[in-house]
Design a protein around this ligand. Structure first.
Ligand code: ADP
Ligand code: F6P
Length: 323
């Protein structure tokens, strides 16, 4: 393999830069010319492609965001758009591609594989951690630590004024961020899309039990994809159905930014490097993951179709420890 391309796609995640750096430097190590593609699939269609060298990725390992910028592309969802993208990749002699992104990016990568002879592998990069075939995705660890920092601060003010706080975290349709943040932040409860089906009685029970035990402050972590429709909707319902007043904090996009944690930098470095090695061995159509410390290859179809499960015992832990 002579030339490869690398791009970031979908929602950015801390650690994407560390992954780009690993891709570029591993490629150079293997005498492969690395090309950067800006703005994900959109830039591929526009031909926004440039050659990179070792210095293109200097001093970026600690930076959040992505130096290749990211985008969501409607045009790439059409066959015409993908044909234009493939023409541009051919123009630069690109034989292999490393995509860094989430499940949407994997679905796009599968189409690219099916419609051309270009080899494509994906490094899972999303704060949501909702991808089958890897214990963790790049960006998740930083996002939970960012959210945790906010929750610790909220606990101070909640404790100072005897208040119930509902803290909404990201995660799209999954509750991985909510669950980890709830355990680490010592939350009294958590609402995740995988479990909660819009029934508020368990939240009410948790709060009522807490009052009986002499608890004065409560933090409930709410996943944005929860059936209730987020923390604002939950607050309105709690007031209407049970007369309970609460304070809402929506953490939002701060969870996507910031300097990646050591864990995310290491994961990104390992996955980025392994992705180039896989391409160099003519592998294609796979997502590179890490399971129990080992590098794994998962077919695109399994990666976006199979559902990574939340651990029930970790959900139970919240109730036990909120005692
Ligand atoms: P993420 O990769 O973070 O899940 P998106 O779901 O927005 O983010 O996907 C990123 C991009 O991947 C989309 O904007 C689109 O260009 C491409 N993509 C997603 N799904 C498909 C699909 N079914 N076919 C072709 N391209 C897709
Ligand atoms: O997939 C990452 C993510 O941050 C989700 O947690 C969230 O639902 C979504 O992206 C937000 O997307 P946008 O940045 O386009 O508002």
């Amino acid at each position: 393999m002579k030339n490869i391309g690398v791009f970031t796609s979908g929602g950015d995640a801390p650690g994407m830069n560390a992954c780009i750096r690993a891709v570029v430097r591993t490629a150079l190590h293997l005498d492969i010319r690395p090309f950067g593609i800006r703005y994900g699939y959109e830039g591929m269609i526009e031909g926004d492609i440039f050659e990179m060298n070792a210095r293109s990725v200097s001093n970026i390992i600690q930076a959040g965001g992505t130096i290749l910028v990211s985008a969501r592309s409607q045009a790439f969802k059409t066959k015409k758009g993908r044909a234009e993208a493939i023409d541009n990749l051919k123009r630069f002699g690109i034989e292999g591609l490393v995509a860094i992104g989430g499940d949407g990016t994997i679905q796009g990568a599968e189409k690219l594989c099916n419609e051309s002879d270009i080899k494509v592998v994906v490094c899972p990069g999303t704060i949501d951690n909702d991808i089958y075939g890897t214990d963790y995705t790049i960006g998740f660890n930083t996002a939970i630590n960012t959210a945790l920092d906010a929750i610790d601060k909220i606990r101070d003010t909640a404790g100072a004024m005897d208040r119930l706080f509902l803290v909404e975290v990201m995660g799209r349709h999954s509750g991985f961020i909510a669950l980890d943040v709830a355990i680490a932040g010592g939350a009294e409860g958590v609402l995740v899309p995988e479990e909660n089906k819009g029934d508020l009685s368990n939240v009410y029970e948790v709060l009522e039990e807490g009052i009986k035990k002499g608890k004065r402050t409560n933090i409930i972590v709410v996943a944005e994809g929860d059936e209730m429709g987020g923390a604002e909707a939950l607050a309105a319902d709690l007031l209407k159905k049970f007369g309970i007043k609460s304070w809402v904090t929506v953490l939002g996009h701060i969870q996507r930014g910031g300097s990646p944690t050591a864990r995310d930098r290491i994961l990104a470095s390992k996955l980025g490097s392994a992705s180039v090695k896989a391409l160099n061995k003519a592998k294609s159509g796979i997502m590179i993951g890490e399971v129990n410390g080992d590098i794994t290859h998962t077919s695109f179809r399994d990666a976006y179709k199979k559902k990574k499960q939340l651990r029930k015992d970790e959900l139970d832990l919240i109730n036990i420890l909120a005692n």
